[in-house]
Ligand binder design. Structure first.
Ligand code: NAD
Length: 289
């Protein structure tokens, strides 16, 4: 290696090291995110992931104490705000969005995450179970998106709406007709709203997670026991059961879903709208459950 080449190599190595050293601006600095169901599970991990990238976060949940605790953990009033919301109640949504706008001067990212699960075999699924899940997930996310669209359009600089849907919106699993139907309704909202809001610069995308067992309130609150019975495994082995049936043999954690939401809104995918991103470890093509 000649002296001049050696100099060139050293010069660029040094420059690279300087770049590594320079603090990089956070991808979501200056943005405000409104996350429904943000106090627990996937919503909480999403709030943490958005805040880690510099976003101010409004933790919107009907569990106000949980939302307050998370807002405090994220750094308090300058960067996070807890607001009570019941997504099955129009007035409550309007008030929560208004509070969010007052707290941080606007909204850039809305995450439709609030949800619950009440699953049973078809003949044991009551009309009340169906109505509750449609109220919170299908109707709730429609109402939140409608309110968000009004704010985003008035602001005039686009924005992002992200739905936390489910693999169940695409694949047919046993004994959860009401939950999966509500999730399928959300999946179609993603496509419909992407089409309708696209001309205003608002992008609408979604994430389809598979069985997030650890850290999920839904699993702790009965879904886990029900799924374990359906698949014939012990409840404590459910995470491993889900992991083993994927291509990557890995358990899906709430943090994986939070990372996917960040990737959808941080500018990495600027022309992507109407997309449902699977976060499921990969599903074998021949998979039928
Ligand atoms: P979770 O129970 O940990 O969190 C749900 C949150 O939503 C809670 O904080 C709850 O208080 C809130 N919530 C429920 N009803 C509400 C309402 N009416 N108004 C406002 N907030 C309300 O559950 P999770 O597993 O983190 O689920 C979050 C979302 O992810 C849900 O939409 C769920 O369907 C979806 N999802 C979960 C999984 C999974 O395996 N856990 C898989 C795919 C999709």
């Amino acid at each position: 290696v000649s002296e001049s080449e050696k100099f060139r190599v050293e010069y660029w190595e040094l420059e690279e090291r300087k770049l590594r050293r320079r603090p990089r601006p956070k991808a979501l600095a200056g943005k405000v995110a409104f996350v429904t169901g943000g106090a627990s599970g996937i919503g909480r991990a999403t709030c943490r992931a958005l805040a880690a990238q510099g976003a101010c976060v409004v933790v919107a949940d009907r569990d106000h104490e949980g939302a307050r605790q998370l807002a405090k953990e994220l750094g308090g009033a300058d960067v996070a705000h807890a607001v009570h919301v019941d997504v099955s109640d129009e007035a409550s949504i309007r008030a929560a969005v208004e509070v969010a706008c007052l707290a941080f001067g606007g909204i850039d990212v809305v995450v439709n995450n609030a949800g619950l699960s009440q699953s049973a075999p078809l003949e044991e699924t009551t009309a009340e179970m169906w109505d509750l899940q449609f109220d919170v997930m299908a109707r709730g996310s429609f109402l939140v998106s409608r309110e968000a669209a009004r704010v985003l359009r008035a602001q005039g600089h686009g924005g992002d709406i992200v739905y936390i849907v489910s693999k169940n919106a695409v694949f047919a699993g046993p004994a959860n007709v009401a939950y999966s139907s509500a999730k399928a309704a959300q999946a179609h909202q993603v496509r419909l709203l992407a089409a309708e809001l696209g001309p205003t610069g608002v992008r609408v995308n979604g994430v389809n997670p598979d069985g997030v067992v650890r850290g999920s309130g839904i699993f702790a609150g009965g879904w886990g026991a029900q799924r374990a019975a359906v698949y014939g495994v012990a409840e404590e082995d459910l995470g491993q059961y889900y992991a083993q049936r994927t291509l990557l043999k890995q358990e899906v954690l709430p943090e994986h879903v939070g990372a996917a939401v960040v990737a959808l809104v941080d500018g990495s995918l600027p022309l992507t709208t109407g997309l449902l991103v699977p976060v499921d470890g990969g599903v074998p093509q021949a998979f039928l459950r």
